[in-house]
Design a protein around this ligand. Structure first.
Ligand code: SF4
Ligand code: SF4
Length: 449
């Protein structure tokens, strides 16, 4: 890989459309434009059943480290930490061996607890510095980048755009695995590769993971840059019920919350000292009147990790859903709010741990918790639907028209100067047959089709 200066790295990452692969899709060139002291590679992957990071570290660690070297140069970090679950003994051995040639990277084994991959918790674990409420790791001198993001940074330096996403398919499937999937492939075709064990009529598919994911209503929806996991489960599985029934959960909140405080006692953000008390929110809702200001503001601090509803609440209630609804309704009105927070609360962090194995048993996922090895690349579909917005920010502005012939890697959408967002490229060769509803639809054909 050729030596590049900071500006060239940022330009290559922006041109390739790299976004945070493990989260909401924040444009990586914007993150790399910051100066920081510590760069943390997030290999925690704490959502049960997902194994993309583990597989990438096993198969492509040198590539991830090349991306890391470029990211380090861009942000000027003095220290680099590679975080991985300590339970992966064989993988840790491989990494230690490889890091002999990368002495500026420190391996940090992580406890097997949920949600240790949450940026705030991860930064606190690695640096011992709490990120302020609604704050960014940068405020305490850190930039956090996910393993696949750094893999994509390395590819970007070689002129390769982000056209594939690594996706684990797990759950009620005969062949669990992790595949490199062309962006735009319908989810149903990815699921088929893993050979589902449940009849389509009785099956539910969760995108994301069992804690923070969403039930997919339409399996023709495409894989995007941020699709990391597809979990197949019987439709009547408890995880599906909890992720689906928003209205019921909101209704129950008015009537049955017993104020046991377990949701607050185990809330990771509360335990970091942030002023968020999910049980008070539920009490305020049950009272029927207008929400008190503290509860409403606290909703903005929720990371939506799912500990309260998927693990803590024995009554099946969901402070998380309530927070989601409040955030959507109140978010912009509460912008600029100052939060006071407490150092003392962090004393509870050690007690508030949720061991992943216990979580998996609690979610009744033990039988579906299977290895998901890398099984290669999927070919994509005859017809690919590529969204122009797969990232935080505005949609990319479309650069192609129906009838136009494109190659794998052709620019489909780009950002106007200065606007937050990311470029979008075609994952296949073919012909654009439609540009509609924020998507570019491509019919396969040509050199790779
Ligand atoms: S854990 Fe459930 S029942 Fe207990 S306070 Fe929280 S929402 Fe209410
Ligand atoms: S989802 Fe629940 S446990 Fe997680 S941060 Fe939000 S309120 Fe706390």
């Amino acid at each position: 890989m050729r030596e590049m200066d900071r500006e060239a790295i940022l330009a290559a990452v922006e041109a390739a459309g790299v976004v945070g692969a493990g989260g909401a899709g924040f444009p990586t060139h914007k993150k790399l434009a910051a100066d920081c002291e510590a760069l943390i590679i997030n290999g925690a992957e704490c959502e049960p059943l997902l194994q993309v990071d583990k597989e990438l570290l096993h198969h492509y660690l040198p590539v991830v480290l090349e991306g890391t070297a470029a990211a380090r140069k861009a942000v000027g970090a003095k220290r680099v930490y590679l975080t991985v679950k300590g339970k992966y003994h064989a993988l840790l051995g491989e990494i230690e061996q490889c890091l002999a040639s990368w002495p500026w990277v420190e391996l940090v084994p992580l406890p097997d607890i949920y949600p240790i991959g949450d940026e705030h918790l991860l930064v606190y674990h690695v640096l011992g510095r709490p990120v302020p409420p609604r704050g960014l790791p940068l405020q305490v001198g850190a930039v956090v980048l996910n393993v696949e993001t750094l893999y994509n940074v390395a590819k970007a330096l070689n002129g390769e755009s982000v056209t594939q996403s690594y996706v684990t398919v797990n759950g009620a499937v005969a062949q669990p695995g992790t595949w490199s999937v062309p962006i735009g492939t319908p989810i149903e075709e990815v699921i088929e590769a893993a050979r589902p064990l449940v009849e389509p009529g009785s099956q539910a598919v969760i995108t994301g993971g069992p804690m923070m994911g969403e039930v997919v209503d339409d399996l023709s929806e495409p894989v995007t840059k941020t699709t990391k996991g597809l979990i197949v489960l019987p439709r009547d599985h408890v995880v599906v019920a909890r992720l689906s029934s928003e209205q019921a959960l909101l209704r129950w909140a008015y009537s049955v919350c017993c104020q046991c405080t377990m949701c607050t006692d185990l809330c990771p953000r509360h335990l970091l000292g942030h002023p968020l008390w999910p049980h008070r929110l539920m009490r305020s809702l049950a009272a029927g009147g207008p929400l008190d200001a503290e509860s409403a503001a606290g909703a903005l601090l929720c990371s939506e990790c799912g500990v309260c509803d998927q693990y803590a609440c024995f009554m099946g209630l969901s402070p998380r859903r309530v927070n989601q609804v409040l955030k959507a309704k109140l978010g912009s009105r509460l912008n600029g709010l100052e939060f006071s927070w407490s150092e003392e609360a962090r004393a509870g962090l050690a007690d508030g741990r949720v061991p992943t194995e216990r979580l998996i048993a609690h979610l009744k996922l033990t039988q579906w918790h299977q290895p998901a090895p890398l099984r290669g690349s999927l070919p994509g579909s005859r017809r690919m639907t590529i969204p122009l917005k797969q990232h935080v920010g505005a949609p990319a502005s479309c650069q192609v028209q129906p009838g136009e012939v494109v190659e794998a890697g052709t620019l489909l959408g780009k950002m106007a100067n200065g606007r937050l967002g990311a470029a979008v490229h075609s994952s296949v060769a073919g012909t654009v047959i439609a540009v509609a509803d924020g998507n570019v639809v491509i019919e396969r054909g040509g050199s790779d089709g």
